[in-house]
Ligand binder design. Structure first.
Ligand SMILES: [Zn+2]
Ligand SMILES: [Zn+2]
Length: 184
């Protein structure tokens, strides 16, 4: 494990959030899809279950995607993460509950708006990454036709393809065909 369990979980959740409109169109288009996403990653706390909540999560998604897009630039990334920490009023406290029985940080009160709690937790996980000198782990998929993001949590930072579609395989097949053509 590179980071604490909750940081890694949040980084995975953040990548899935960003990719929910970067691969195969809008995958987080209604409240049912949002429910499914939140349950998958064990997000707890207040739920309004209305369009305003969904809209706020979409705006957060754009912001987090923007952080991935500028991650090559450390200063620009820090600026965005700090802005998010400030705007979400991130205030850490330790908790554990049925969805996640290990002690972990929550970054807001349970009745803060969903986007605010999500934003604070994602910003804190990104802050962990930056403090650890590991910002390079935020990557954009190397497949030429794919803009999906990934958090490379492999030991030697060797991942270059997203795990949303089949990008790794597609690229291997393309490289193989290229080699075959060259040998003919
Ligand atoms: Zn929790
Ligand atoms: Zn990809």
């Amino acid at each position: 494990m590179l980071f604490t369990y909750d940081t890694e979980l949040t980084l995975r959740a953040a990548a899935v959030l960003v990719n929910s409109d970067r691969v195969d169109g809008e995958q987080l288009g209604d409240l049912a899809a949002l429910d499914q996403y939140l349950n998958e990653f064990g997000w707890t706390g207040r739920r309004d279950r209305n369009d305003a909540e969904l809209d706020a999560v979409h705006q957060l998604r754009t912001r987090i995607g923007d952080i991935w897009d500028v991650a090559d630039d450390e200063e620009a990334t820090v600026q965005r993460v700090n802005a998010l920490l400030g705007e979400t009023k991130a205030s850490p406290w330790l908790t554990r509950h049925v969805e996640n029985p290990d002690w972990h940080l929550h970054l807001g009160a349970a009745d803060d708006p969903l986007w605010q709690r999500m934003g604070a937790e994602i910003a804190m996980a990104l802050a962990d990454l930056i403090r650890g000198g590991e910002l390079r782990r935020l990557k954009i998929c190397a497949a030429p036709d794919c803009t999906a993001v990934l958090t490379d949590l492999s030991r030697n930072r060797s991942r270059i393809f997203c795990d949303t579609g089949n990008c790794g395989n597609r690229q291997h097949v393309a490289a193989y065909r290229q080699r075959q053509r060259e040998e003919e």
